[in-house]
Design a protein around this ligand. Structure first.
Ligand code: SF4
Length: 430
């Protein structure tokens, strides 16, 4: 057996991304929504590969670590048949379309984005030319509800979840944000016209990539610098107006029991430590969702998971059963975002994930903490409240500590002294 697509720095399904502990495989989940059959296919795959955990990523994808064999044609075709793998392997490197995980259930949303996301994913899957786009090509569609994604914070300019981000601002209007361009634009597009705008933006981006002389595939920000925003938007069949609307969203608002727009139903947000679930926990969640709901699970860009459509009278029992799976809705469990680190990533100075799990146990409040093994900050390019930057100090693994951009200590703190780091962080919030 061989891989079916050209290797790529960003992990996918049809090509292997080697790590020190085996192969890293990432499965794209458009909009982060898994129906019952898809969830079961993932659980079966985890059993077959005997991976210790299945991880929800910060793009609401699923990731398998330490895979020791190349997937067989049967694995590829099973995932394709349930809609979890590209029909064309050469498109597999393109990022999944990100959406609010509460699409269609958030009582405050302006637009239910599920059909738009499905249409965009179909367009990508059926447009082979898009294989020429860089893996960082990414689209987000936000329905404008309480649980938002993308450029919605005070530090919106630094948010780089998606290169092309549409956020609903009324029930028939989206705001457009383009990667690394410090302005917002609004446009009037019907939900059904959104696909046309995305297709025009993607074609223009592709045209630029094809003209580019550089060996490395250029990013959207390079296009905006070279061509200018006006030239880019001139090629799209819609008017765009400058906008300065910025709203904010808290990363833990979706956790616990939350009301749905459908009367008598709730969803329950579960905070996964680093997005990790064991195979038995995943199987348990599928069973719970089948028993009390439709078997659907939803993944979030905050590496958590939602059980939607739970009848109100069953929420207490479902919560107890979640606890029996040794899972929790406590936001502290979702406080830390960590990159792959050692041993998976050769660039890392530290065992980020092991240290993150240890640190979570010692936190008193749900801060937004980012642990990164090097300055690339793969896990969270946008600024965190507190950052631990991996380094080597006096021959040992250590962390430089920052609150925003401000250093919190005058020297790196050894990773063996995580309690000192926890104390410093907890003191900030006393
Ligand atoms: S941030 Fe650095 S250490 Fe962490 S996964 Fe990315 S490249 Fe590796």
């Amino acid at each position: 057996m061989t891989w079916l697509a050209t290797s790529n720095p960003c992990p996918g399904l049809f090509y292997g991304t080697p790590a020190q502990d085996g192969t890293l495989i990432r499965i794209r989940v458009p909009g982060g929504i898994l129906n019952r059959d898809q969830a079961i296919a993932i659980a079966n795959l985890a059993e077959r590969w005997n991976t210790p955990v299945v991880q929800v990523t910060n793009r609401a994808n699923l990731q398998f670590r330490a895979v020791r064999s190349i997937p067989t044609p049967e694995v590829f075709s099973t995932l394709q048949s349930v809609g979890l793998a590209a029909q064309n392997p050469e498109l597999d490197h393109l990022r999944n379309v990100m959406g609010s995980p509460t699409a269609g259930i958030d009582p405050t949303e302006l637009i239910d984005t599920r059909s738009v996301i499905q249409a965009i994913d179909n367009y990508i899957q059926n447009t082979p030319d898009l294989a020429g786009l860089p893996p960082k090509f990414s689209i987000g569609i936000d329905g404008g509800g309480k649980i938002g994604i993308g450029a919605r914070s005070e530090a919106a300019w630094q948010h780089r979840y998606n290169e092309i981000q549409f956020s609903a601002v009324t029930c028939d209007r989206f705001r457009l944000t383009l990667g690394s361009h410090r302005r917002f634009y609004e446009t009037n597009v019907e939900t059904s016209d959104c696909l046309g705008a995305i297709a025009a933006l993607a074609r223009t981006y592709l045209e630029y990539v094809q003209q580019s002389q550089t060996q490395k595939k250029p990013r959207l920000r390079d296009l905006l610098t070279d061509w200018g925003i006006e030239s880019f938007l001139d090629r799209v069949p819609f008017e765009f107006y400058p906008s300065d609307t910025v709203t904010s969203t808290a990363r833990s608002q979706h956790l616990g029991i939350q009301p749905q727009q459908q009367n008598g139903l709730s969803y329950i947000g579960i905070a996964l430590k680093l997005g990790w679930m064991s195979i038995s926990q995943l199987q348990g969640l599928i069973q719970l969702s089948e028993t009390y709901s439709s078997g659907e699970l939803r993944l979030t860009p905050w590496q958590s998971i939602l059980l939607p459509h739970i009848p109100l009278e069953h929420t207490s029992i479902v919560l107890k059963e979640i606890e029996a799976l040794e899972l929790s809705t406590n936001p502290i469990n979702a406080a830390i975002v960590a990159c792959a680190g050692k041993p998976g990533c050769a660039s890392s100075e530290t065992h980020t994930q092991i240290h993150a799990l240890e640190l979570i146990k010692q936190l008193k409040s749900p801060n937004n903490i980012h642990i990164t093994g090097c300055t690339k900050k793969c896990a969270q390019p946008s600024p965190a409240e507190i950052t631990l930057l991996g380094t080597t100090f006096q021959g040992s693994e250590a962390y430089s500590l920052f609150a925003g951009d401000r250093p919190l200590s005058d020297r790196p703190i050894p990773a063996s002294e995580l309690s000192t780091i926890a104390h410093l962080i907890n003191t900030l919030h006393d």
